[in-house]
Write a protein that binds this ligand. Structure first.
Ligand code: CTP
Ligand code: ZN
Length: 163
């Protein structure tokens, strides 16, 4: 929870949309990145960074108004924020808490590290990675079969090694 008995909520509750809670501290911006939210689309978004969490020490929270994150988006969030809970809000009530699971296929989000891979040489070839193992994460390029691990995925999305 982002409240305790003495403090106010840092950001107010939302009427409709999605609250992504329990994001590992420092990764909220990466979560927005995988959702392709830049701010330019005009969505109202609240970002809370590095607040205390009973469950995970410090956490980030993202609240997106008037957008419900879908199953596919939720699964991609799992790649970078495995502790996250995704709450769908309708009329101020939490109507769904999405169960996160590592996606079996990730299309167009991850880049193949192999410079000779067709996905790096043909702009029409969209990179597809298949999950080989969820814990610890191992994914394999569908084209050149090179394997990447959780750190590679984090590095790509966060632009730095695991935070
Ligand atoms: N929330 C919100 N607006 C709403 C309802 C909930 O911003 N109208 C936020 C809450 O502040 C919380 C998250 O959505 O960050 C999940 O809400 P809730 O399930 O009520 O809180 P918790 O019981 O703390 O959730 P959890 O089970 O994830 O600990
Ligand atoms: Zn490849």
């Amino acid at each position: 929870m982002e409240v305790n008995t003495k403090k106010e909520l840092l950001v107010s509750k939302i009427r409709n949309g999605t609250v992504i809670d329990h994001i590992p501290a420092g990764r909220a911006l990466a979560v927005l990145k995988v959702l392709n939210i830049t701010g330019a689309e005009g969505l109202r978004v609240a970002i809370v960074l590095n607040v205390e969490s009973k469950r995970i020490g410090k956490k980030d929270i993202v609240k997106i108004e008037d957008k419900e994150v879908n199953e596919n988006e939720a699964n991609i969030i799992t790649l970078i924020a495995p502790t996250a809970t995704i709450n769908i809000i309708r009329d101020y009530e939490v109507v769904e808490k999405k169960q996160l699971k590592v996606p079996t296929l990730v299309k167009g989000v991850l880049k193949c590290p192999n410079p000779h891979c067709i996905t790096n040489n043909d702009i029409e070839a969209i990179p597809i990675f298949k999950t080989i193992k969820a814990k610890p994460l191992v994914m394999r390029c569908e084209y050149c079969e090179i394997e990447i691990n959780e750190n590679d995925v984090l590095k790509q999305i966060l632009g730095s090694p695991q935070a």
